[in-house]
Ligand binder design. Structure first.
Ligand code: SAH
Length: 467
């Protein structure tokens, strides 16, 4: 079984530092199921490839088992395990690349935290659930997936394809994240594990899934398969994943949204924002609208009051926010027509999600500043490349205006969960880059009183597909 990892990040031989394996050496490691070797088929400044070769000894696998576990059948000795990527490869990654997997590198601490171009090649990956499941697992994480189905037997084409695929995965990503994704997802695709799965497997899943599994659209299926369909363990894992996800956003967001409102209250900026956005959506003739990061549903509520919107969808990563939205909207006694047009979806803007496709317009009202800067690129692809609505309306605070807010100490952002607030130049620079990269036009406007010196408190960008 072979796994290769290639980078073109220069100098490419830095991959050796990240993996803690010298590119000039071939090293071997004993595992309790065979031997793992690491070597570099190529190692130049431009391109470097590290290979992990796993030589599984099928006899040693059987030897460890007690006779009481059943009669030894031929299948125990002759099977696909030595030739395919499976939980054996995950364990080998954890043992051989332990430091890289945990995201440490004394020599190049900055590079560990840098997303670099990486390509993984897995010549034989069992994909139970087919190519579509393979894509559902890796594409939301930003991978470009190339998969070629392998025939069952070249001499008998009539037998059709096997469950195995030759797979290449390409992404610009931190090496430790890539190794974590492989560690968790290979056994999930294989739908098998070579060892007993107990409570400590939940801890492993949460540790290696940190930062990506909580929001992954397939998190239920991943947890279920990873934990060998043991309902109790799967429930334990999902409860913690959901709890962490929400604790992260809810506790901060709910209380702090009120703080932000208090600061902006004087000019009831929130109301002006909503009115401006609704007017813009009408002007654009949008019928199907998706509000990304809808929060407690303030915009949704205004959209429902209009007759011209046929489909109104709210999306938020926070269950709690969606629950509040649902409760508030129900209190408005929606008509049957309004109920039919409304949909609330839990999902994250940084993971590709086909449920976001097919809209005339998407809105991101005071949302981008809640995303970590290094997740913005993921959101850009999800919204502009994959969901690709005809128009996108985005608003975000104009930091230049903050000096005009009385309750806001100098240099502080309007909301504790804001990861950044931008000047007009910064926002326009970024938005223009997005428009060029994804084939949109963009126009800017201010919302709220227009101060000659510092502009308006809220800045808005309206993107339209450039056709
Ligand atoms: N648009 C709403 C809420 C803005 S607050 C309004 O104007 O009132 C920001 C919202 O973005 C929060 O509800 C938060 O849960 C949501 N959010 C933050 N990160 C997200 C992500 N990655 N995916 C989806 N929603 C996210």
């Amino acid at each position: 079984m072979l796994l290769t990892i290639t980078t073109t990040h220069q100098p490419a031989t830095d991959l050796g530092y990240l993996l803690h394996k010298h590119p000039d050496r071939c090293q071997a490691f004993a595992t309790n199921f065979g031997q793992a070797s690491v070597f570099y088929p190529e190692a130049s400044t431009e391109q470097c490839t590290a290979a992990l070769l796993l030589d599984i000894d099928p006899v040693s696998l059987v030897r460890g088992k007690s006779k009481s576990s059943g009669e030894r059948t031929l299948e125990q000795y002759v099977n696909d395990r030595p030739y395919v990527a499976s939980s054996f490869l995950s364990v080998a990654i954890a043992e051989v690349f332990r430091t890289a997997l945990s995201g440490h590198c004394q020599n190049l601490p900055e590079l560990v935290n840098t997303a670099i171009p990486l390509t993984v090649s897995l010549p034989v990956l069992p994909c139970r659930g087919g190519e579509s499941f393979l894509r559902q697992l890796f594409e939301p994480l930003g991978y470009e997936v190339t998969a070629q189905a392998l025939t069952l037997d070249e001499q008998f084409p009539d037998w059709g394809n096997s469950p195995y695929f030759a797979v290449s995965l390409q992404n610009t990503i931190r090496l430790s994240d890539l190794l974590s994704h492989l560690y968790v997802l290979m056994p999930v695709l294989d739908d098998d594990k070579h060892y007993w799965v107990g409570d400590d497997e939940v801890e492993k899943l949460l540790r290696h899934g940190e930062g990506w599994l909580g929001n992954h659209p397939e998190r239920e299926r991943i947890a279920n398969r990873y934990l060998r369909k043991q309902r109790r363990l799967t429930r334990m894992a999902l409860e913690q994943l959901i709890a962490e996800d929400e604790a992260d956003l809810d506790s901060k967001d709910m209380i702090q949204a009120q703080e932000e409102e208090a600061i902006e209250q004087k000019i009831s900026l929130n109301q002006q924002r909503i009115e401006t956005v609704v007017a813009k959506l009408k002007q654009l003739g949008a019928k199907r609208v998706v509000d990304l990061g809808c929060g407690e549903g303030k915009l949704l509520r205004s959209l429902l009051k209009e007759n011209c919107f046929e489909q109104i969808t709210g999306v938020d990563v926070s269950y709690r926010a969606l629950e509040i939205a649902k409760e508030r909207l129900n209190r408005d006694y929606l008509s049957a027509r309004q109920q039919d047009s409304l949909q609330l979806i839990q999902g994250s803007l940084t993971y590709r999600d086909d449920r976001l496709n097919g809209y005339d317009a998407a809105t991101l009202i005071e949302v981008i500043e809640h995303l970590d800067l290094n997740r913005l690129a993921a959101m850009e692809r999800v919204v502009f490349e994959f969901a690709r609505p005809k128009s996108v309306i985005m608003t975000t605070p104009n930091i230049e205006y903050n000096i005009r807010f009385e309750g806001l100490p100098n240099g502080k952002l309007r909301h504790r969960d804001h990861r950044f607030e931008w000047t007009r130049a910064e926002f326009q620079d970024w938005a223009q880059g997005v428009a060029v990269r994804f084939g949109y036009t963009v126009e800017f406007d201010g919302i709220g009183s227009d101060d000659t010196e510092v502009g308006s408190p809220t800045q808005m960008a309206v993107f339209a597909i450039d056709c």
